[in-house]
Design a protein around this ligand. Structure first.
Ligand code: AMP
Length: 309
């Protein structure tokens, strides 16, 4: 199957409606990305292909979520390779709109705000980032509504969705705060879509794959491994039903001089509030999420592991 690249919302609606009709499809999956794709994105796409009759991937570097124009300018753009990778996974449609297509009147007046959940952790060092990210995710989730171009679209507008295809959207566990916020947005604002989380894909050494890893020198890449090692330390403790030894994990990170730690804590996976101090002294029970962020050379890296015991 050859992937089809579309540039406008109208083309996307037409193409997805045609594919759904041809296949008598009962489900559509959406995989939002910013491009510069790697095996992590490929896993999202493959999961979507396994679970849906029609799959749309989007490639859009969203200016609204970059605080820094330099960071936006240097974000890697590799459309041709991205399309080839998505085709290999079996994706049907790639929606790669221009900034003008997504924001025809310039920056939108009305936006989604992430609230207090968007102000902690990543949000604390990137003010406004999650408002911008959620605003574009809201738009992308709307562009990708299956059947919007079918005659049955009227049924959607009147609220009668029965008989329309199922709609799922795929997000990586790698961006745990984004995932928690997307889930909250979908629940708080009644978006008609199921959010599917996909586990983090790592290099053989454990480094979480990221489009920004290409900016690491060999030495920095080696140093960055301490992040996943520290997370694994906590994961091993949780799996062994032991107290989480956050102090040793912090000491491990501090032993690596090239790593400038921003935050490292264990939180509730839904609210992202730090877990009670006693998870350090009594055997760990329940659900948690260990979050870490650090600057390694010029690159800000984030990683996390879900804890369950
Ligand atoms: P991005 O292009 O960086 O905005 O990421 C697009 C999607 O891919 C997001 O849902 C990310 O969480 C997900 N993603 C990025 N890196 C990974 C990874 N290493 N493993 C799994 N998913 C990832």
């Amino acid at each position: 199957m050859i992937v089809q690249v579309v540039r406008t919302a109208a083309e996307l609606r037409e193409a997805s409606a045609r594919l759904l009709a041809e296949r008598q499809g009962r489900s559509q999956g959406l995989v939002p990305t910013m491009g510069a794709l790697h095996e992590g994105h490929a896993r999202l796409a493959r999961t979507a292909v396994e679970q849906n009759d029609v799959v749309v991937a989007t490639i859009f570097v969203n200016p609204l979520q970059f605080g820094d124009a330099v960071d936006l300018d240097r974000y890697p753009r590799t459309l041709e390779a991205d399309v080839a990778l998505l085709e290999e996974q079996g994706v049907d449609l790639v929606f790669a709109p221009s900034v003008d297509e997504v924001y025809p009147g310039g920056e939108p007046l009305v936006r989604v705000t992430a609230g207090s959940l968007g102000e902690k952790w990543e949000g604390a060092s990137r003010p406004g980032h999650f408002d911008g990210a959620l605003t574009v995710v809201a738009k992308l989730l709307h562009y990708g509504i299956p059947g919007a171009g079918l005659p049955a679209a009227g049924a959607f507008a009147t609220g009668a969705r029965a008989g329309l295809p199922a709609y799922r959207a795929y997000f990586g566990q790698k961006d745990a705060q984004q995932l928690a916020l997307v889930r909250r947005m979908v629940s708080d604002l009644n978006f008609p879509v199921e959010i599917v989380a996909v586990p983090t894909v790592r290099s053989a050494e454990g480094l979480a794959l990221s489009s920004r890893n290409r900016f690491l020198s060999d030495q920095e890449r080696e140093a960055a491994l301490v992040l996943s090692r520290a997370l694994r330390l906590l994961e091993d403790r949780a799996n062994a039903h032991e107290p989480l030894d956050l102090d040793s994990a912090h000491a491990l990170v501090a032993s690596q001089p090239l790593v400038d730690l921003d935050y490292f804590d264990v939180v509730d996976p839904r609210t992202l509030e730090p877990l009670a101090e006693n998870c350090r002294s009594v055997p760990f029970r329940g659900e948690g999420l260990a979050l870490i962020a650090a600057k390694v050379g010029p690159v800000r890296l984030i990683d996390n592991v879900p804890l369950s015991s």
